[in-house]
Design a protein around this ligand. Structure first.
Ligand SMILES: Cc1cc2nc3c(=O)[nH]c(=O)nc-3n(C[C@H](O)[C@H](O)[C@H](O)COP(=O)(O)O)c2cc1C
Length: 157
């Protein structure tokens, strides 16, 4: 790869939704990280994935978590996305949330939520691929928050 910057820009041509992946860390503290690497994998069994950078400050929380939640953000939740893109992913003070049956934070007002059991973790380059088995899911009729070319967008832009 001779130019990582243009590679990154080219990857940004793929429009995505935005999620905040949450779990409880080893001390039971809530943990959340903004991620747009979410993807569906399998319908039967129901599997989804996301990728976490090996340099992430919250890597050990997700590597050890038995459960996590994929919170899919709605169009008015760009502030939450920016909040959980900060280096301290345990910043839940002033953030409204409830706990899933498995103890991972559920953010209110999202478009959808997938409550997962950690199924497999694959070592892949500078990231780990975390695959989850979906145990429960909810959705609403809101519009999605989109990410394209390094910027937040909304449907109809
Ligand atoms: C829209 C968006 C999508 C992101 N997607 C991912 C992702 O899929 N995986 C990941 O590890 N980090 C992703 N990040 C970065 C993380 O949110 C993280 O906060 C950032 O790397 C800083 O935290 P750290 O210092 O713990 O690494 C994304 C950030 C933004 C704004």
């Amino acid at each position: 790869m001779d130019n990582p910057k243009t590679f990154r820009q080219c990857l940004g041509k793929f429009a995505t939704g935005v999620t905040v992946v949450t779990c409880a860390d080893q001390d039971g503290n809530p943990c959340g990280i903004t991620a747009n690497s979410f993807s569906s994998v399998s319908l039967d069994p129901p599997l989804v994935l996301w990728n976490i950078a090996k340099v992430s400050n919250s890597l050990s929380a997700y590597m050890n978590a038995k459960h996590f939640v994929i919170n899919v953000l709605s169009t008015d939740q760009a502030g939450l996305s920016s909040h959980f893109a900060k280096s301290d992913h345990t910043l839940f003070r002033d953030i409204e949330y409830s706990l899933s049956a498995d103890g991972a934070p559920l953010l209110p007002g999202t478009l959808a939520a997938f409550e997962c059991r950690t199924h497999e973790i694959h070592d892949c380059g500078d990231h780990y691929i975390i695959i989850g088995e979906v145990l429960r899911f909810t959705s609403s009729e809101k519009d999605p928050l989109l990410f394209y070319g390094g910027n937040y967008r909304q449907l109809g832009d």
